[in-house]
Design a protein around this ligand. Structure first.
Ligand code: HEC
Ligand code: HEC
Ligand code: HEC
Length: 449
């Protein structure tokens, strides 16, 4: 198979000849090893281009495809900032470099216009483009592979029904050796399981529907499951145990890994996914806001199914226990306020307290989730809290959440670090203090927003 990136000239080694030989040999072995696998598996054929004639899909199928595309967030990734929806061109930063999403509109030259259904099906199941080149797993085909043929047909029908837009995909810019697409054959052999999902007989139909959506088109694990050094989602107990994505922390969704004060249950998950906030956990901000916005097009039954499935990973706490836990956390936060008098508290009282109470305040100015229950305060990292303070809540997932101003200009790094340290001590006294807050503020402030 043809490598896409040229081999860069070898770099002089700072550690002298021996180190250079060692690393050169080691990387040659690794690349050679992946290359052999790629050589065996890596040759994939081109699927002949087709010329589409009159549409053959019913309006009902196209509409079903539209809903499925919303569950899959296709338009979130496949739309450039300010660009035509689904015409691609959004840059995705990965640890291995930058790649761009492709044009999914039926343009013959730059989009899916000459793709047969089998070419689309192969891309979604195996991560291989129509002309045979391998796709990177920044495209969540590892999850999409679980989608049924019937649903893939509806998705295909929907994309073919869109107006064609001419929009070439910018070339990717990946570090060596990741620019060599054929190496993905080795990656797939190690990490990708294209087998369709088998329903679990002991579970309800609703649970199975939820599992199908969460692990398939919903690709929730793409953000919520930590990845290994080669960018593959980890299995076993790491499933949905929380990960960093686009500079945000996607918190753990399972009881064992989650630090949330009140464990998630089906009702809370449903509310969060449907309305973008949960009174016992917080709001859907950052990349999760986009997910919730897309889910608005998805019927209630499917949202409930996802909630039912995810709730099965969480200890069943009764409503009464959850309420007691929540009340205790809010009372603890109020008690710690008295102990933490100082400049940070004055800053909180003047800049934040008008909108944020301890959970007893009015909800006129938005959802007003008690900060003592908010995942951003109980998480292991301060990133989501710092992002919220720096950038506010400017594009809430739903109107009922409300707006929060950005404090990027109003507060210095030192002030934000002090405020965050204070908030942790007051609202999450059960958790250890965050370390190195001033550096964390500088890092988060410098990240693209
Ligand atoms: C998390 C971001 C993300 C989401 C969500 C996503 N894609 Fe993609 N997709 C990508 C990226 C990135 C590529 C390009 C991969 C590459 O060049 O190796 C891609 C490539 C593709 C391709 C291959 C196109 C080609 O010309 O080779 C198809 C088909 C595709 N996506 C369909 C979809 C569909 C359908 C959905 C929704 C169900 C979807 N994608 C959702 C990121 C995404
Ligand atoms: C593009 C990345 C991404 C995808 C895809 C994604 N999430 Fe999230 N999710 C996040 C981030 C980031 C947060 C934290 C948002 C915040 O606190 O403002 C989050 C938060 C959540 C929370 C709240 C967690 C807490 O403790 O506050 C739930 C529940 C959730 N996601 C469920 C899901 C489900 C279900 C799916 C699949 C349908 C999904 N997510 C897909 C990134 C993602
Ligand atoms: C004008 C009203 C207003 C002010 C002032 C304000 N906020 Fe907010 N804030 C909101 C709203 C509305 C939300 C979203 C609803 C909610 O979480 O209650 C929010 C959400 C939050 C969240 C939760 C985000 C999430 O993902 O769950 C945090 C943390 C937060 N604010 C911290 C602060 C801090 C710290 C200050 C002061 C520096 C502040 N806010 C000032 C209105 C405000």
């Amino acid at each position: 198979p043809k490598a896409e990136a040229a081999v860069p000239p070898s770099q002089p080694s700072p550690s002298g000849g021996r180190g250079k030989t060692f690393w050169a040999t080691a990387s040659a072995l690794v690349i050679g090893g992946l290359g052999v696998i790629a050589g065996i598996l890596g040759w994939r054929s081109t699927i002949a281009p087709v010329t589409l004639s009159a549409p053959v899909y019913s309006q009902a199928t196209i509409e079903r495809g539209r809903t499925l595309a919303a569950i899959g967030d296709c338009a979130v990734c496949h739309t450039a900032a300010g660009g035509t929806p689904n015409a691609g061109g959004r840059a995705m930063d990965t640890p291995f470099g930058t790649i761009y999403t492709t044009n999914l509109t039926p343009d013959a030259e730059t989009g899916l216009g000459r793709w047969s259904f089998s070419a689309f099906q192969r891309a979604m199941r195996e991560g291989i483009s129509r002309d045979g080149h391998y796709l990177y797993p920044a495209f969540p085909y590892t999850a999409f592979a679980k989608t049924s043929d019937d649903d893939l047909q509806a998705l295909y029908a929907y994309f073919m029904s869109l107006p064609a837009v001419h929009a070439p995909t910018p070339p990717s810019d990946l570090k060596f050796p990741f620019g060599i697409r054929a190496l993905m054959a080795g990656w797939n052999a190690l990490f990708h399981d294209p087998a369709p999902m088998q329903p679990v007989a002991q579970q309800s139909a609703e649970w199975n529907r939820g599992a199908y959506l969460v692990n398939g088109l919903g690709h929730c694990g793409a953000c919520h499951t930590p990845r290994n050094a080669l960018g593959a989602e980890q299995g076993g107990s790491a499933f949905l145990s929380g990960a960093m994505v686009e500079g945000w922390e996607a918190p753990a969704l399972t009881a064992l890994a989650s630090k949330s004060v009140v464990p998630w249950n089906a009702e809370a998950l449903y509310r969060y996914l449907r309305h973008g906030h949960s009174p016992q956990h917080g709001i859907a901000g950052g990349p999760m806001a986009e997910v919730v916005r897309e889910l608005a097009a998805v019927p209630d039954a499917d949202i409930r199914a996802m909630a039912t499935y995810l709730a099965s990973f969480n200890a069943q706490t009764s409503e009464a226990v959850a309420r007691t836990q929540a009340q205790r956390a809010v009372a603890d936060a109020a008690a710690s306020r008295a102990r933490l008098l100082g400049p940070a508290q004055r800053m909180f009282d003047s800049a934040c307290a008008a909108c944020h109470h301890d959970g007893d305040g009015p909800t006129l100015l938005g959802a007003n989730v008690p900060l003592a229950l908010n995942s951003n305060l109980t998480g292991a990292r301060p990133d989501n809290l710092l992002r919220t303070i720096l950038d506010g809540v400017r594009e809430p997932a739903t109107r009922e959440i409300g707006f929060m101003p950005a404090f990027r200009e109003a507060l210095s790094d030192a002030q934000i670090a002090e405020l965050a340290g204070y908030m942790r001590a007051r609202f999450a006294p059960q958790e250890p203090a965050w370390k190195d807050l001033p550096q964390a503020v500088a890092r988060v402030r410098a990240a693209p927003h």
